[in-house]
Design a protein around this ligand. Structure first.
Ligand code: TA6
Length: 316
């Protein structure tokens, strides 16, 4: 065959823009050709930015400490192996509030193929981060002497941000854990949003001595300090943050194996009381909707593993 006239094969793969991943200091940033991006600090494997539709979707305090000296105030801090102040009579009792995952240095394990349904196209990138017992500080290892491995995956797609945690028990003793993804969502004005699909659900109200209540509202307005643990929700039913004016969904959060959802806003006084929360008025620009398994304890037997996660869609 005379190949002189045959057009040279065009490396199609080379012509289609690809997702990019860059590592700078202690952060990893992923970007999609369509403009979405995510930034993850190795400290706590904390997602500190998720940009979509041309704007930042997560709240990050202007006073957030990013040097590893304390958990990052904003983005998606990871809570493990205990949620809240640890119980006195428990293996986690001497850990700090919300455990050690969010205030330990993780390692970047690399980019892997994205598996979720809407990430089949190239318009998706999955970043993996690891933390194991050998990487913990002496203080944390003494406080919680179990052999474990965590792999935290952050998947950026054109339409969503997904965070998934795998917990492995690499030792010979069973251990109990709680887990929660402490997501700070950015909103223009807290008075203009509602939180939906909580109606008739049981919640523990931490602003009322952890008393138990049933949610009466189909669209929860945030008008004061709010700190509620909604329990035993169907993880496939999205929690929706919507605009009060036109009921347009701003965020939709579905979960996998995480049946509790915490709704938190510190409001005026608590916001002022947190040195790393700024500016004071910023309580108006955030709502925490936190997917977790925190009402009881997951028991992980020696050699077993557990997985759970969330998928957040924005401006649907
Ligand atoms: O998720 C809600 C909550 O447990 C609140 O009670 C409040 O303590 C918030 O977490 C922030 O906790 P932190 O330890 O990050 O200041």
């Amino acid at each position: 065959m005379d190949r002189s006239n045959k057009p040279s094969a065009i490396g199609l793969g080379a012509s289609i823009p690809q997702p990019t991943v860059s590592i700078k200091d202690s952060t990893v940033e992923a970007s999609l050709p369509s403009g979405e991006s995510a930034t993850i600090h190795l400290y706590g494997a904390t997602v500190t930015s998720w940009k979509a539709h041309g704007q930042e979707q997560l709240f990050l305090s202007e006073n957030a400490i990013l040097d590893g000296s304390k958990p990052i105030r904003g983005g998606i801090p990871l809570v493990f192996p205990v949620f809240g102040p640890p119980p006195k009579d428990h293996a986690t009792s001497t850990l700090p509030q919300h455990g050690f995952a969010r205030n330990s240095k993780w390692e970047y394990l690399g980019k892997s193929s994205a598996e979720s349904a809407d990430s089949q196209s190239d318009q998706a990138v999955k970043l993996d981060f690891g933390l194991s017992h050998t990487m913990l500080s002496e203080e944390f290892r003494k406080a919680w002497p179990y052999e474990f491995g965590l792999v935290y995956s952050v998947t950026l797609t054109k339409n969503s941000l997904q965070t998934q945690l795998q917990v492995r028990n690499e030792g010979t003793q069973n251990f109990e854990f709680q887990v929660l993804m402490h997501t700070y969502l950015s909103v223009a004005d807290i008075s203009t949003i509602r939180v939906k699909n909580l109606e008739s659900k049981t919640y523990i109200d931490k602003t009322r001595n952890a008393s138990s209540h049933t949610e009466a509202s189909p669209a929860l307005a945030i008008t004061e300090e709010t700190d509620r643990v909604y329990q035993s929700l169907d993880p496939s039913v999205p929690i929706v943050v919507s605009s009060a004016a036109d009921d347009q969904p701003l965020f939709s959060i579905t979960r996998d194996a995480l049946t509790d959802v915490v709704v938190w806003n510190p409001w005026i006084e608590k916001a002022k009381g947190m040195a790393d929360f700024g500016p004071d008025e910023a309580y108006k620009n955030m709502i925490c909707v936190e997917a977790g398994s925190v009402s009881g304890w997951q028991t992980l037997e020696a050699g077993d593993s557990w997985e759970g996660g969330q998928s957040i869609k924005s401006r649907l």
